[in-house]
Design a protein around this ligand. Structure first.
Ligand SMILES: [Zn+2]
Ligand SMILES: [Zn+2]
Length: 183
């Protein structure tokens, strides 16, 4: 058995669009290599830091990802080599094993499809798009009735409402009203 500890540089981001281990970072490997009849058995752990975006509030997230790996790399000419496809099991090639596909797959599978900055993230205010966690308690927008919203659109400078509220009104009737506003 041969223990292997190393940090492998990441050349292409590992993950999905919303969260990934970015290029230029490292994946820490803590592995054991065992020679068995059919090949080399690789087992152990890989860990890295993933960077992404909260699915609710779009805040940047950094979260550790740690995976357990276990894979047989078949010797050329072994029974395993002859009875399996190369996409089923990787091969030992010129006395080398390519760990990258294994590590990339396991890390990608371990990442959340909809990452959150915290389990209780409240997301964004539907009115102004600000993060609810950063707004004062009881934050709300005043125009609720679409008929009043239409009036506010016609007289954008007549009221004392903050521009925030007027924009909410515009958003409520995008087909007819949005063009009336200089952005
Ligand atoms: Zn969030
Ligand atoms: Zn708001």
């Amino acid at each position: 058995m041969k223990p292997v500890r190393l940090s492998a540089p990441v050349d292409v981001p590992i993950g999905i669009e919303v969260i990934a281990v970015p290029a230029g970072r490292q994946v820490d490997l803590d592995l054991r290599l065992e020679s068995v009849t059919e090949g080399v058995l690789v087992s152990g752990e890989a860990s890295a830091e993933a960077v992404g975006e909260c699915a609710r509030c779009l805040a940047e997230i950094r979260q550790p990802v740690r995976v357990t790996v276990r894979e047989l790399y078949a010797y050329p000419g072994s029974t395993t080599d002859e009875t399996t496809d190369e996409d089923e099991l990787p091969r030992v090639c010129d006395d080398l094993i390519d760990l990258a596909p294994l590590i990339r797959d396991e890390i990608t599978l371990a990442l959340p499809l909809a990452p959150l900055c915290g389990p209780d993230c409240r997301g964004l205010c539907p009115g102004c798009g600000e993060r609810l966690a950063e707004l004062e308690a009881g934050h709300s927008h005043e125009i609720l009735d679409p008929r009043w919203a239409a009036l506010a659109e016609r007289f954008p400078s007549g009221g004392t409402e903050k521009s925030d509220s007027v924009r909410v009104a515009g958003g409520g009737s995008t087909e007819s009203g949005s063009g009336a506003y200089p952005e």
